[in-house]
Design a protein. Structure first.
Length: 388
């Protein structure tokens, strides 16, 4: 992809009044940062330049980066055929590659007079309320000091996160955006955005410039990613878009190698696919609830209960529950899905999965006689419910 000269890039540097979005979380995926032999230093340097130009225009940027596993694989001289994609192998690559990735960023940001701070997180760090607040305070203080937080999943100790459920930091970037109450999430990937079909197999596929809401029809457009080192795909990016826009934060998904992609997004200019946010920003406590969603289970409700939740903003009662899937404990945040499997809400469960399985379909006044104890009439109270 052609690049402008350094002089032209300097001329396009935004000024303080040019930014539409002030606090921006930028997520750089493996597909955007790496080439055939590992990390692409040219792409990384250009990304760093754009981040620093946003900072120079009085903006704030948190960089959520992938690439540690790819860097470690390259450092060890391994290709994907020589060593598997199992969790232990990825953790080994991450252990070797994380310091190399951070050293590269540190040197690149230093050329622009910027300091960086490494922040390694797991989803569990954001699921616990106190830990969530502590991480938020640290990131806020770093931004106040003018330091660029460089965030990555702690793949050396993570297990669930390093697997296939929420790959390549997509989910983490949405949770960090919620955590710091960002104005915008920019997801840099190896495609130009969301297409009407897979452009690799369908020549008639067109780029979708704007998405009003991530619903079932939008989710059906997700295809499978082909980058050998990346764990994310379009499905995980749409999941991130659903989480962050539900909180009232817009998201841009675009090609990481597109010229000045971050700067265009920061100015509010058209680039890639723009995901419109909900009408109003979500309160801080409910943003935290989104960060703690358990992937170990979900509650399936009938059509009547789905309507009561979405249209009438009611609590979820056991009578409207068709089934419960997986295993989760009382107090965990879980997904609520309609009969078609569409995620319509998340909320804090008043009962464990095994208990919900016993009281599903029953009137609330039969909870105590069935379980022998009672935590309330609601399986999920409306005050602890977030619509998606």
């Amino acid at each position: 992809m052609a690049r402008a000269s350094q002089q032209n890039k300097a001329e396009t540097s935004p000024k303080s009044g040019d930014l539409r979005y002030r606090r921006i979380v930028v997520k750089a995926g493996t597909g955007a940062l790496t080439g055939p032999s590992g990390l692409d230093s040219e792409v990384m340097a250009d990304l760093v330049r754009q981040v620093c130009q946003v900072r120079d225009a009085s903006g704030e940027v948190l960089l959520v980066t992938s690439g540690a596993i790819a860097a470690g694989r390259s450092a060890l001289g391994q290709n994907r055929e020589e060593m598997g994609h199992d969790i232990s192998s990825r953790q080994v690559f991450a252990a070797v590659g994380q310091s190399r990735l951070m050293h590269t960023y540190q040197e690149m940001f230093a050329t622009h007079g910027a300091q960086v701070a490494q922040t390694l997180l797991t989803i569990a760090d954001l699921s616990d309320r106190q830990s969530y607040l502590n991480v938020g305070n640290t990131l806020q203080r770093l931004l106040e000091l003018g330091v660029v937080p460089v965030v990555n999943e702690n793949d050396v100790v993570a297990v669930d996160e390093i697997g296939e459920v929420f790959g390549d930091n997509d989910r983490l970037s949405a949770l960090v955006a919620n955590l710091v109450d960002a104005d915008l999430l920019v997801v840099l990937t190896d495609t130009d955005g969301l297409y009407s079909a897979d452009p690799r197999t369908d020549p008639s596929a067109t780029l979708i410039a704007e998405v009003d809401r991530v619903n079932a029809s939008i989710e059906s457009l997700a295809g499978e990613g082909l980058h050998p080192w990346a764990r994310g795909g379009m499905a995980t990016k749409l999941e991130a878009a659903k989480l962050v826009t539900a909180s009232g934060i817009p998201m841009v998904m675009c090609h990481g190698r597109a010229e000045d992609a971050v700067l265009h997004a920061a100015r509010g200019e058209a680039v890639g696919t723009f995901f419109k946010p909900a009408d109003s920003k979500m309160e801080a406590r409910k943003r935290w609830m989104l960060s703690g969603i358990s992937q170990r289970g979900k509650i399936v409700v009938d059509t009547g209960a789905a309507g009561a939740l979405v249209k009438d903003h009611r609590s979820l009662l056991p009578a409207g529950i068709q089934s419960v899937e997986g295993d989760f404990s009382r107090g965990e945040s879980i997904y609520v899905v309609d009969p078609k499997g569409v995620k319509i809400a998340c909320g804090i469960a008043n009962y464990a999965a095994r208990d919900i399985g016993k009281i599903q379909g029953l009137r609330s006044d039969r909870i105590e006689e069935t379980l022998g104890y009672h935590y309330g009439q609601e399986v999920v109270h409306r005050n602890n419910l977030v619509l998606l």
